[in-house]
Design a protein around this ligand. Structure first.
Ligand code: SF4
Ligand code: SF4
Length: 217
């Protein structure tokens, strides 16, 4: 899941300072599950914006804000509410905001959330970063635990010399990633993989922007 946080309300108001009327779009996927940009949060911010004098022309929650097809489909049903709005506020990750922006050349589109990271969800209030989308997954060699996302130094071989009592020197509140990998691979009988010296990652796989057209491949 993509973890997001709501922007401070003052920052949203500052973004919207040139707009008297606003249409709001929420996301029915990650932002709904993480309670930052679903129906409840969209209604809350609509009320707060009305409280500072904005007119809300309408709102909707798209099934997945980053999916242009679903965005277009749902926008059709709300065209009469979008048209009079001076701008659109989007409560989703940056991919969703840009999907909306690219569909509205003539209307300013503003973000209501900050996108933070890609995470494992442990419970509805607890999530930890697990993948930074590096483009070359090495989990097969690391017992299913990612050192790129969870070791602050992104070490391909570890642990580094700084770990203490099994804990990370950079963040002593959590176990060193490479100790976790060792324990897991020991249980799995994969210590030969642990001992294998892993070469550097191919950083060319991480360049931006990345694109994929499965039909053209
Ligand atoms: S190795 Fe790369 S793709 Fe695999 S989990 Fe880690 S960051 Fe994600
Ligand atoms: S102590 Fe472990 S997790 Fe922390 S930086 Fe060193 S190798 Fe990475």
């Amino acid at each position: 899941m993509i973890i997001t946080e709501q922007k401070p309300f003052e920052e949203v108001v500052e973004s919207l300072q040139g707009c008297k009327s606003v249409f709001i779009i929420g996301c029915g996927s990650c932002a709904t599950a993480w309670h930052t940009g679903g129906e409840t949060e969209v209604k809350e911010i609509a009320e707060k914006l009305q409280g500072v004098g904005k007119t809300i022309t309408g709102w909707m929650v798209v099934e997945e804000c980053c999916d242009e097809r679903k965005e277009k489909r749902d926008l059709r049903a709300h065209a009469a509410e979008v048209a009079p709005a001076d701008c659109i506020l989007v409560m989703s990750c940056g991919a969703g905001v840009q999907t909306v922006a690219l569909l509205h050349e003539d209307k300013p589109v503003y973000p209501g959330l900050n996108a933070l990271y890609l995470a494992r969800i442990q419970r509805l209030s607890k999530a930890d970063e697990r993948c930074v989308l590096c483009g070359e997954c090495i989990l097969a060699k690391t017992g299913g635990i990612c050192p790129v996302a969870t070791c602050p130094k992104e070490l391909m071989n570890g642990p580094c010399g700084g770990y203490k009592d099994g804990m990370c020197e950079v963040d002593p509140t959590r176990e060193c990633t490479w100790i976790s990998i060792y324990k897991r691979q020991e249980k799995l009988g994969q210590l030969d993989q642990f001992a294998e010296v892993k070469g550097p990652k191919d950083q060319t796989k991480r360049h931006h922007p990345r694109r994929l057209d499965k039909a053209a491949a």
